[in-house]
Design a protein around this ligand. Structure first.
Ligand code: AMP
Ligand code: GLY
Length: 421
């Protein structure tokens, strides 16, 4: 099979390495990819949002399977466009990807179908939103832009004044453009967070092994929110009992709700959960694999990923067993100094080889380019240094050992992945 991966980050590199293990996969393309991905797939110079040229390429090359990994092209209907040309594509249609692309949609869905989530109100008028936070008078309070905002559209306001400032910057100053035409104001929840990715064909849902992201830039969960500075799998807070409750009260009801709404979700659905004192609740849905969650979940997948993709597309997921390796995985993200704000690019990376010089480790490239045989930094998150072990300690030890061999000027990584609450 000829397979085309759409996207360019560490998540896409992890997906590509897993797809390559399949005996069915004879040719892999990645558009637009990155320097490290170039070692595992043929790079195609088409932007992830260029739907027209992506479809044309897939048709011209007679690609058998297109895997659309990032949120934007999913929300923009890349899977629909592929299907319209008879090309098989993994990922939700645009009308289902809205579960991530619109927080107003996902909150209303959860309310309608009794799926546990934070209490909320929706506003299209900044004045009314400000009046509401004032009258409620509760802090912290969470202000969320409705649409996609590069993962930055969530503001946790510690005071009423901060909440009003957030409403103003999202709705009046249009900090996130049209993504902020509507906002959700919701109750602040507490408890450990868990990421659960799940395969679903719109009828059945098969949760993958759990994971835990570390979103803040610095140790002890300090600093700005990032795309994710590291992950572990499994998530120690996700007990079998909680998993059973999530399956019954959240995963199955969500898949059913989307089907009833005429928006069957096919692909990978990401449940961002919080284990609150009142039980697990949904913080957010993503219509795709998480990044860097994919980097720790996929190395634990035993079943052929190509078979799973085909079963999802053909709505036959019930017919296959999705199996996992025991043990644990850890991913430490090496980022450019300054990320998530401004940072330099084009810095040479040294000490880099495929497994970071450590048995059982693998280096997924997130933001690199290959020039004259050298790897240079080319993004905020540069590498996802990942390892599998018999347990979390072993996985962390191997991942950090590989990290210590790799260097580039101003490299920044967290030293406490897997050690935080
Ligand atoms: P999101 O972009 O929806 O993933 O939100 C980013 C982060 O904000 C989440 O990972 C949570 O840590 C936090 N967050 C979002 N909603 C809430 C909430 N209702 N209560 C507490 N924290 C929240
Ligand atoms: N790591 C969080 C996300 O992919 O949205």
């Amino acid at each position: 099979m000829k397979i085309l991966m759409v996207g360019s980050g560490g998540r896409e590199h992890a997906l590509i390495k897993k797809l390559k293990e399949s005996p069915k996969c004879t040719k892999l393309y990645c558009a637009p990819g990155n320097g490290g991905i170039a070692k595992d797939a043929e790079i195609v110079n088409i932007g992830a949002m260029d739907i027209e040229n992506m479809v044309k390429f897939a048709k011209d090359e007679a690609v058998d399977l297109v895997f659309v990994a990032p949120d934007d092209p999913l929300a923009a209907g890349m899977v629909d466009a592929m299907q319209a040309e008879g090309i098989r594509a993994f990922g939700p249609n645009a009308n289902a990807a809205v579960i991530e692309a619109s927080k107003v949609f996902s909150k209303n869905l959860m309310k309608k179908y009794n799926i546990p989530t934070a209490r909320y109100e929706v506003f299209d008028d900044p004045k009314k939103a400000m009046e509401y936070v004032e009258t409620e008078g509760k802090v912290p309070v969470v202000v969320k832009a409705d649409g996609l905002a590069l993962g930055k559209g969530v503001i946790i306001a510690q005071t009423i004044a901060d909440a009003k400032a957030a409403i103003k910057s999202i709705m009046e100053d249009k900090q996130f453009g049209d993504s902020g035409n509507n906002i959700v104001i919701e109750e602040f929840l507490t408890g450990p967070e868990v990421s659960v990715l799940a395969f679903t064909d719109g009828k059945v849902v098969k949760p993958m092994v759990s994971s835990k992201d570390h979103k803040r830039a610095y140790d002890n969960d300090e600093g700005l929110n990032t795309g994710g500075m590291g992950t572990i799998s499994p998530n120690p807070y996700y007990t079998d009992e909680i998993a059973a409750k999530c399956y019954k009260d959240i995963f199955v009801p969500t898949i059913k709700a989307m089907a009833i709404e005429g928006r069957p979700f096919k692909g990978c659905l990401y449940f961002g959960l919080m284990i609150t004192p009142a039980g697990p609740k949904v913080i957010e849905y993503n219509a795709r694999f998480g990044d860097p969650e994919a980097q720790v979940v996929l190395p634990r997948l035993k079943t052929d990923l190509v078979d799973i993709c085909e079963a999802v597309i053909d709505e036959k997921l019930a017919d296959i067993d999705v199996e996992w390796y025991d043990g644990a995985t850890a991913c430490v993200v090496m980022a450019s100094g300054g990320y998530p704000l401004s940072y330099k690019k084009g810095i040479e990376i040294t000490g880099l080889d495929e497994n970071g010089g450590v048995d059982g480790a693998v280096v997924y490239h997130a933001g690199t380019k290959l020039e004259d045989g050298k790897f240079l930094t080319n993004g905020g998150r540069v590498l996802g240094v990942t390892a599998r072990g018999n347990n979390l300690d072993e996985a962390l030890e191997k991942a950090y050992s590989a990290v210590s061999k790799i260097s580039f000027e101003n490299a920044h990584y967290r030293k406490d992945i897997g050690r935080t609450k």
